[in-house]
Design a protein around this ligand. Structure first.
Ligand code: B12
Length: 217
């Protein structure tokens, strides 16, 4: 009982069955299941199991690449279902990307989708984004926040470089910095002078709202 179809989505994600996942997701929507639940308990849960297996040497890079692509396509389908129809002005403008040298984009893309759904205007610069690209896009679109994702311990330092460039360009009073990704922690975020850190997409949305003054606290 319960969300059998969610269990199926998770399992097919683990088995890297792209087509089956992409067939099941619309069915889950038809059954009235909340799109956020599908992302959280189906798609993301599956990728996490696969990620654990990868770390134990029980899954391989091509499988993870397939899962990443499946996630991307599923998110594209789900985005209109995630979006609440609201005519309010955007809560603020966010430039997001994965830092230079890093091609992991699953978590970043989920965060970007959820920020969009929450009502922010989001410019997703993709992966391997240099500090200069983050800063120049933020200037161009008059961004409130730069959100950076890093999954490699070797690429986390690019976050600090971006913060420093922002200071050099005298944009640090205007643009807030939010960071995340598996190796990133609150301590690390504090040490580089970031304004916010989020462990997952829920926190990312909360922090973005706090940083733009959309919520108190
Ligand atoms: C999937 C994956 C891949 C896929 C990536 C596909 C893609 N398109 O993204 C592929 C197969 C391509 C890949 C490649 C590599 N990978 Co890899 N990969 C992973 C894996 C298994 C899962 C990552 C993932 O997507 N998780 C699921 C998502 C949903 O979670 P998430 O990214 O953490 O995001 C959530 C939060 O962190 C947060 N968040 C994320 N970003 C942001 C941003 C902000 C602003 C906020 C607030 C929050 C936030 O919210 C997200 C959603 O809730 C991890 C293992 C792990 N434990 O993380 C290894 C891992 C990150 N990879 C690793 C390595 C070493 C590599 C390679 C170097 C391997 C190689 N030998 O070639 C290459 C990297 C090449 C490069 N230059 O980047 C290592 C890193 C080790 C380290 N300490 O640095 C890990 C930890 C695995 C391991 N233990 O060895 N990888």
């Amino acid at each position: 009982m319960g969300n059998e179809i969610i269990d199926e989505i998770r399992e097919e994600m683990i088995n890297c069955q792209t087509e089956r996942v992409l067939n099941l997701v619309p069915k889950a929507i038809d059954q009235g299941i909340d799109a956020t639940t599908i992302v959280n308990q189906g798609l993301t849960a599956g990728i996490r199991v696969l990620g654990d297996r990868f770390e134990k040497g029980e899954a391989y890079l091509p499988e993870l690449a397939v899962a990443a692509e499946t996630m991307k396509q599923a998110l594209e389908f789900l985005e209109p279902h995630l979006a609440k129809s609201q005519d309010e002005d955007a809560l603020g403008t966010i430039v997001i990307g994965t830092v230079q040298g890093d091609i992991h984009d699953i978590g970043k893309s989920i965060v970007a989708t959820m920020l969009t759904v929450a009502g922010f205007t989001v410019y997703d610069l993709g992966v391997e984004v240099t500090p200069a690209q983050f800063v120049s896009k933020a200037r161009e679109v008059n961004a409130d926040i730069i959100a950076m994702s890093a999954l490699l311990t070797t690429t986390m330092d690019r976050m600090q470089e971006t913060i420093e460039l922002l200071k050099t360009e005298k944009l640090d009073q205007r643009v807030k910095i939010m960071v995340g990704g598996a190796p990133v922690s609150q301590d690390f975020a504090d040490s580089i002078g970031a304004d916010g850190y989020g462990v997952d997409f829920n926190q990312a949305v909360k922090i973005a709202k706090r940083l733009t003054g959309a919520t108190e606290g």
